[in-house]
Design a protein around this ligand. Sequence first.
Ligand code: FES
Ligand code: FES
Length: 182
Amino acid sequence: MEIDLTLNDDDVTFEAARSDTLLDVLRDNGYAGAKRGCDTGNCGFCTVIVDGEPVKSCIRPASQLEGADVETIESLGTQDDLGPVQSAFVDNAALQCGFCIPGMIMRSKVLLEETPNPDEAEIRDALSENLCRCTGYEKIIDAVQDASTRMSGEADVAADGGYPDGDDAGCGCGYPDGGCGK
Ligand code: FES
Ligand code: FES
């Protein structure tokens, strides 16, 4: 079947099988930012934004996407010009293996749009369905609070995200050279 949708502000048409999920469609078409972790809706690694809401793309049927407005982490910035949430995660060392980070960032983006100055409890609640096996979450909380400040225009946004050299990983998570496991 063909699905017409808006992806990162572009009108696109994708071929999909009836059994495909949104994550299948994204990754089959080169959008590798959303990660496949559990593939059962439990880890949040595959989180993208659909019609303004965070969605676990591994359990969203592709057949429900006709006319949807989908945002992935590829829309936020590049390795050389990261968006404020991406920069905050990098500058606060809120990533280790990086595999959870695209989902964390997309869910954080929605939180910060709805609640520009969240307190720690609100951040923990918003990210409660996004797991991280590496960081212990404290630095992620710090990163979201820092992103809140940056998005309020109270601090400069780093231009390069703080990582040395390395080509654009392409998936936009801020981790160089594909080290996120895209
Ligand atoms: S891969 Fe989608 S929730 Fe784990
Ligand atoms: S940084 Fe490794 S799972 Fe979160």
